[in-house]
Design a protein around this ligand. Sequence first.
Ligand SMILES: *[C@@H]1O[C@H](CO)[C@@H](O)[C@H](O)[C@H]1NC(C)=O
Ligand SMILES: *[C@@H]1O[C@H](CO)[C@@H](O)[C@H](O)[C@H]1NC(C)=O
Ligand SMILES: *[C@@H]1O[C@H](CO)[C@@H](O)[C@H](O)[C@H]1NC(C)=O
Ligand SMILES: *[C@@H]1O[C@H](CO)[C@@H](O)[C@H](O)[C@H]1NC(C)=O
Length: 459
Amino acid sequence: MSLVSCPHMPLSTVLLQLLFLLSLPLDGCTELPATGSWQTLHTQLRQIAAEKAEKYKCSIAVGIRDGRGLRWEVAAGTADFQLSRPAAADDPFVLGSITKLFTGPAALQLVDRGVWSLDQAFAPLIDGMLNNAGRPKMAAKFGEAAERITLRHVLHMTSGLPDYDTSWNKGDPWRFTQYKQAQHNFGPLEIFDRLDDKLQFEPGSMQSYCSTGYVLLGLALAQQLLGPEGAWDAYDQTSVIPAALRERGEMVATRFPIRGPCANFTPEHGYDRMGPPVRPAEPGPRDAVDVWNMSCLGGWTAGNVVAPVRDIAAWTEALFGPEALVVSPAMQEVMRNTTAPIGSGSKDFYGIAAFNLTLASGLPWPQGEAWGHLGSTYGYQSISAFFPATNATVVVASNLEIREQDQPSDVLCSAYGSLLSHLAGKPFPVCTFQKTGYFFGQCECTEMVADSEVDVLLI
Ligand SMILES: *[C@@H]1O[C@H](CO)[C@@H](O)[C@H](O)[C@H]1NC(C)=O
Ligand SMILES: *[C@@H]1O[C@H](CO)[C@@H](O)[C@H](O)[C@H]1NC(C)=O
Ligand SMILES: *[C@@H]1O[C@H](CO)[C@@H](O)[C@H](O)[C@H]1NC(C)=O
Ligand SMILES: *[C@@H]1O[C@H](CO)[C@@H](O)[C@H](O)[C@H]1NC(C)=O
């Protein structure tokens, strides 16, 4: 477990804290204890991380920003079971699909600048680069229906492109391809080569979560910025990060690996504990497949970000928050548009590069409104969420991959419940998280008042 520093605390808070330091044993440096609470939020978060790290047998890191300039980062559990190395709050984590929070906005920045439009055809954005790389153009690969795919379809998961990275209940064939050649960096062109040659459905007629689209978006960004002759791996994924964030000292530890094992980017080993049928036998609680030495390119612009929770909290706030540092307020609204084609089975679930994470907040819509992304990749699972009602952000990362992928949401539920109590100056609640579907679960918190428990105030 690690403590946190808080460089941009307002001066008045610092002075108040100095006064309190004379009389109070403060935990970490961040904050005054909320009125009536029996411990600081920092201590509470460390306890949550420790308890969940023990429950799931992994490491857990939590990063919170309260939207008023204060932040907290804690970690607990084990980064490396072989060496019994404990997790640290500033450890970078492999964050999988949280990468879509960078790639989608990079496209929306071009829409903001009038370079691209959401309803333009997508194929011309990558055909030049495909052609230069000796690949068939979109319509040659997928048939003429591919010409009807728009940029919005790709961003909103309604393109009909076949997903290469399917979940365990769909057989998960890509996992075995990667595990068999663990060191091999599968780039976007190789992924393209291995895709099925037909669309899953007419573009715009359904919605189906699909990482392929965000891999091809990377090619579109590369073609736009480097020209059709450019090399995909010359596209700088950090170019989406506004200078304003860097000037505040944020995002300095964020990496987008394009080659080499995850071991080169983080001391956090990743543990795949998926169990059968994905793994041949159910591994024991601490036993798992350690994927730390595997290539960290993992789906490129659909899945390669490696960063500490602090960076992702800063990013998520900048992206969804009232300052609108990354994309314009109009594009923020586009991101939150979850309207999906009728009959597609998924409702109110995915906007553009954004999950509607309201159910994970412990409060009903709209008080519990939450936007962000889940990240699940070989050996690591995570979640990042922004809450408009409070302007707060919570990020949870773990070095564990399990089928239920519930440890990040479980921690988020308790952490956000605790933050709400802290902001309201109330004692901390007891929260429970229940899985209700592949992507989602429901959070419930009781509010602890003195010695008694008041029933479900936050539902
Ligand atoms: C990772 O690779 C290094 C060097 O090849 C090796 O020493 C180490 O045992 C490997 N670790 C795991 C967990 O596979
Ligand atoms: C929301 O998204 C749907 C489907 O992509 C689109 O048809 C609609 O115009 C969007 N609504 C707004 C207000 O932009
Ligand atoms: C987000 O999810 C909540 C809970 O499922 C739902 O009530 C709300 O309508 C959704 N909002 C949008 C914009 O999708
Ligand atoms: C969130 O930020 C917006 C814009 O700065 C502000 O209007 C709103 O009051 C804030 N909400 C809270 C709960 O502080």
